[in-house]
Design a protein around this ligand. Structure first.
Ligand code: ATP
Ligand code: FE2
Length: 328
């Protein structure tokens, strides 16, 4: 069985193709870039996806050396995400499923970040640190669902980094540029906000902006912001690991590309004799392969919908999804 997966929750329009052994045959994408000084404008991102969809589809089929008739299953990201973007993915999924009489599977984008991480890292039952633009969650599987043990109470860690970067005039995506600037910085005092198992980033961003306006060196603020954000994440992950008695930590999502975050989590895991792995960079940010692979997993126990039911779910939570492909 070969599955074509369509990702369109935010900035990325992606098409991935996987087989049922977990071999990735193609993973093509086109990324919308907001104009300087702006964040994502949902309608503009939707327009980008509309314009990009056919060329990304052709590129993926060509890469996999397949024809659309070879595809046995279509998966698409149903949510969470920005409605104008989600609609573009759902529309294409519906169109392809109808035209070629292929079964259709809706996929939760957050679960897809977890499953591509489990596949590529070979982990069975890890504590998952899912860090991206819109989401920040510490997750683990228990009794039929991926349960959220801790999460951000306001904005995701990627958006927090991007937002500060935007305020100081960096280009989108700002977080990787902050990572570079941080290398030459030193510590400046910042608040640290962990409440129970939950995290809050937006007040710290405000304080960073204030420090920048007062003329503190940008490198110092970038360094300190990363230190604080990633320490907060490491603290909560360590508590989840201890509480659950698990011994694997998987880092996934767009922010997983950050070397300083990897270093901190790795050190904590070493001290606790836990194994630590990071999703490969190609699968860290939004991509179609993760949707395709999760579609295969969900379809194995029989999950599928009719093309006319190919809707979207902009606020679909990780812990609302029944995980029929994993046993307790
Ligand atoms: P989600 O819907 O899962 O929240 P998303 O739309 O934010 O996903 P992803 O591609 O998963 O998209 O993550 C993008 C985020 O990752 C952006 O905020 C980006 O700045 C951040 N990012 C990318 N590279 C780095 C890096 N090196 N360090 C920190 N953050 C990074
Ligand atoms: Fe994502």
């Amino acid at each position: 069985m070969i599955c074509l997966g369509i990702e369109a929750t935010a900035h990325t329009f992606g098409i991935g193709i996987c087989d049922d052994k977990g071999k990735v045959l193609a993973n093509e994408r086109s990324i919308y870039k907001p104009k300087a000084g702006w964040g994502i404008i949902p309608m503009d991102a939707g327009k980008h996806h509309e314009e990009a969809k056919h060329s990304v589809l052709s590129a993926a089929l060509e890469k996999a050396n397949l024809k659309i008739e070879d595809i046995g299953l279509i998966a698409y990201s149903r949510g969470p995400g920005l409605p104008p973007c989600l609609h573009k993915g759902a529309e294409l999924a519906k169109e392809l499923a109808e035209k070629h009489s292929v079964p259709l599977v809706p996929v939760n984008h957050c679960i897809a970040h977890i499953e591509i991480g489990r596949l590529t890292c070979g982990f069975e039952n890890p504590v998952v640190v899912y860090v991206s633009g819109g989401n920040t969650q510490i997750i683990s599987f228990a009794e039929g669902k991926y349960r959220v043990f801790g999460e951000c109470m306001d904005i995701g860690v990627g958006n927090a980094l991007d937002k500060f970067g935007r305020e100081v005039g960096l280009d989108f995506p700002q977080a990787p540029k902050i990572e570079q600037l941080a290398k030459n910085g030193k510590w400046t005092e910042l608040p640290y906000v962990v409440k129970g198992m939950d995290l809050s980033f937006s007040g710290i961003v405000t304080e960073c902006i204030r420090k920048h306006q007062k003329g503190e060196p940008l490198e110092d603020i970038c360094y300190s912001m990363q230190e604080v954000f990633f320490s907060m994440l490491t603290e909560v992950t360590e508590r989840a690991l201890a509480h659950l008695g698990k011994d694997q930590v998987l880092l996934t999502g767009g922010v997983a590309a950050n070397m300083r975050l990897q270093e901190m989590l790795n050190k904590m895991c070493e001290e606790r004799n836990a194994r630590f792995k990071v999703v490969p960079r190609e699968f860290a940010g939004d991509n179609g392969a993760m949707i395709s692979w999760t579609g295969i997993l969900a379809n194995k126990p029989g999950q599928k919908i009719k093309p006319e039911d190919a809707g979207i779910d902009p606020r679909w939570r990780t812990d609302d999804v029944e995980i029929s492909w994993l046993k307790n």
